[in-house]
Ligand binder design. Sequence first.
Ligand SMILES: Nc1nc2c(ncn2[C@@H]2O[C@H](COP(=O)(O)OP(=O)(O)OP(=O)(O)O)[C@@H](O)[C@H]2O)c(=O)[nH]1
Ligand SMILES: [Mg+2]
Length: 305
Amino acid sequence: MTHRFGTVVLLGPPNAGKSTLLNKVLGQKVAIVSSKPQTTRNQITGILTEDDAQIMFLDTPGVHRLRGKMNRYLLQAAWNAAESADVMVVLVDAYLYTQKPHLLDKELQPLLKKVATTDLPVYIALNKTDVIKDKKNILPLIQYFTKTWPNAEILPISAAKGEGVDRLLESVKQHLPECPAMFPEDQLSTVPLRFMAAEIVREKLFVGLRNELPYTTAVEIEDWEETEKMTTISAAIYVARDNHKAMVIGKGGQNLKKIGHDARLDLKQLLGTKVHLELWVRTRRGWTEDVPFLQSIGLTGGMDM
Ligand SMILES: Nc1nc2c(ncn2[C@@H]2O[C@H](COP(=O)(O)OP(=O)(O)OP(=O)(O)O)[C@@H](O)[C@H]2O)c(=O)[nH]1
Ligand SMILES: [Mg+2]
């Protein structure tokens, strides 16, 4: 039997469902998900092991046009991932574009050049089809992509429901080089556990905090101690301004309590032990522009990962 191994990069605008797709493919959560755009900030890997293939997926930050140092790093992480892949899967929120077709050109412009000039096989996954009631509405999107990206193959999917995902997997697999598996079959990711733990806390900030606040928060694990039955984790939540501290903590500590509670449940599952989680909110003024700090929390544009 032929065995294949290769890398598939998931690219697309923010909020398209890239991380949802990665988790669905693996059948386990390795990437955090929220209804807010720009949830993913690093290159996240997920390893799928099957009898005839092992596929390394690279989940990336959504490709967008925003100013600032952190956003430049986010974009760089996505492009670096694309450079190292064998296949490119571009995910788009098809439901959004059936509602607002005028956003198509605007949101996909930054991806267009990459897709048009790549030698890699490209798949466009029209995602969120589960919420498109009248499937006829997908046709204009297929026409749009056939015209603008003639080198790509188009597949409607629902990452959340898993519809079309097997077909996508079978298609991408055919393009991977013949090669033995590179990772043990039970390895799900190359992302360190400590980083995953920080991500879980960050997900709860994205889900639990309102408005723009999550975009100026970051999480760093400060201390980690484990025994067979218990993991004790101390994590810092960084905010960019003093007055954000009170907003994260909430009235009577309500927000922070909920964030801690929800994060602890996920951490318990991830680590398979009881978890004691301590959260500290710290101010680091203007951290989104502070390059050494960005590097210290792993936002280096995917350079060192
Ligand atoms: N209805 C529906 N919702 C979906 C589907 N896939 C993703 N979503 C939702 O879309 C939102 C964004 O999903 P993510 O997986 O975080 O999207 P992303 O592309 O990783 O976003 P960034 O990391 O911000 O670039 C979440 O609320 C998901 O639950 C889908 O197939 N159907
Ligand atoms: Mg994501």
